[in-house]
Ligand binder design. Structure first.
Ligand SMILES: Cc1cc2nc3c(=O)[nH]c(=O)nc-3n(C[C@H](O)[C@H](O)[C@H](O)COP(=O)(O)OP(=O)(O)OC[C@H]3O[C@@H](n4cnc5c(N)ncnc54)[C@H](O)[C@@H]3O)c2cc1C
Length: 388
């Protein structure tokens, strides 16, 4: 069996297929497999989440994730990592390796794969895949590998980690599969305006509400990062995929920021009046000191209605901060053309898919890696059955 891509899903698929008796070769274009895993969770690898459900995933058909997560669940994942020797620790439900270093995850996956005799060929970029007399041929620059089954586990084109080149979409299309246009997700949002240098660098608690064509689509609370191009931070990441999709469909996208989400608008108005009475000698801006970061005060004080600016600061969104800054892609290989139980192509026998290449993506919190582990494990198990 040939696996294209030695990332999170490809390595898991390799281990599972080998455990099920297959002779596996993984082809990885980078010098080292698993490079993206090393940068996950700020170098600490948020490998899954205690609150795992297919309902948190996005895509044209998020329910596609249901049977896959059921076959390789959170418990299976924890057992899998425990068997690799990884002790897991939890922070607000987000799970990380106890050692605090992401780089040991690919290292331990590789050790296990090698112990199961999985062949790992690095610096091998797959250029073409085709079938000849019931045998799959997988062509790289210098060689053509042969197998009874192929798993495409190329990942997406998100991030500047080498290897995130989107070549999996082209390979899938050449094999007759449709690809829903990949767009950046879990990324910052660029807004219209010319004042952003004034607030750049501010980190503050707040709520970001996404509006699409004038209707609320989603809202998220957490640490907002105000940047020289607009907004970032986890709450913005969480709404960015829906914003990217709406912008792609030429819809009007805006975000309102509430810098006092724990108060109602009336309570903020009362708070401002109370401070006006209490500190008559201070200017309006000085009365905000102690409530908000000074750089933010400078921006807010220029607004006509200070209370509105503090609770619903409007931003017109013009784009995302792009694929290079994105953690994942929304979009990918159309799941309606894939068996939701086995991950095999509905029209190419022996062709399987795993990971972010598919039109499934999750929010921050370990969901994308869980998808990679689960889909990799399922594809590996079923593809192993193809071996003649
Ligand atoms: C900065 C950052 C932080 C993140 N943090 C988290 C987190 O904490 N938790 C979480 O759940 N998710 C996180 N993610 C997302 C997560 O890393 C991905 O969803 C996951 O790695 C996807 O796994 P995959 O196997 O589909 O793809 P990848 O892990 O990207 O692996 C694909 C592999 O295929 C190789 N490849 C591609 N094309 C070819 C080809 N033609 N020939 C040969 N090889 C090829 C690539 O080089 C790559 O090694 C983060 C992502 C980024 C960028």
């Amino acid at each position: 069996m040939i696996i294209v891509g030695g990332g999170a899903s490809g390595l898991t698929a390799g281990i599972m297929a080998a455990r099920n008796g297959a002779a596996v070769t993984i082809l990885e274009q980078n010098e080292k497999p698993g490079r993206k895993i090393c940068v996950t969770g700020n170098g600490r690898c948020n490998l899954t989440n205690q609150d795992m459900s297919w309902k948190y995933f996005h895509g044209e058909h998020p329910e596609f994730a249901k049977k896959i997560l059921a076959q390789f669940s959170l418990e299976d994942t924890l057992r899998f990592f425990d068997e690799l020797g990884i002790v897991v620790t939890e922070k607000k439900g987000w799970l990380y390796p106890r050692g605090g270093q992401a780089k040991y995850i690919p290292e331990l996956l590789l050790l296990r794969a090698r112990s199961l005799k999985v062949k790992i060929k690095t610096r091998e970029k797959v250029l073409k895949i085709y079938k000849e007399q019931n045998t799959w041929k997988v062509q790289t620059e210098g060689w053509t590998y042969e197998g009874d089954a192929v798993i495409l586990a190329n990942g997406s084109k998100a991030s500047k980690v080498p290897g995130s080149d989107g070549s999996g979409y082209v390979l899938a299309e050449e094999l007759g599969h449709s690809v829903l246009r990949p767009l950046p997700a879990l990324t910052g949002l660029k807004a219209k305006g010319n004042f952003f240098s004034s607030w750049a660098g501010v980190r503050t608690e707040g709520k970001a509400t996404l509006w699409i064509d004038g209707t609320i689509s989603d809202s998220e609370t957490g640490e907002l990062q105000l940047t020289e191009y607009g907004i970032s931070g986890i709450p913005v990441f969480q709404i960015s995929g829906a914003a990217a999709r709406a912008l792609d469909q030429k819809k009007k996208v805006s975000v309102t920021l509430n810098f006092f989400p724990e108060y109602t608008e009336t309570a903020v108005r009362e708070l401002l009046l109370e401070r006006e009475k209490k500190y008559p000698e201070l200017s309006a801006a000085e009365r905000l000191l102690g409530l908000l970061p000074d750089k933010l005060i400078k921006v807010l004080q220029k607004q006509k209605d200070l209370c509105m600016a503090m609770t619903a600061f409007p931003l017109e969104i013009k784009g995302t901060s792009g694929f290079e800054q994105a953690q994942v892609c929304t979009g990918g290989v159309d799941t309606t053309e894939i068996n939701p139980e086995t991950l095999e192509s509905l029209f190419c026998q022996g062709l399987y898919f795993a990971g972010e290449l598919l039109d499934i993506d999750g929010p921050c919190g370990g969901y994308n890696l869980q998808w990679a582990w689960s889909s990799g494990a399922v594809a590996g198990r079923y593809a192993a059955k193809e071996q003649r």
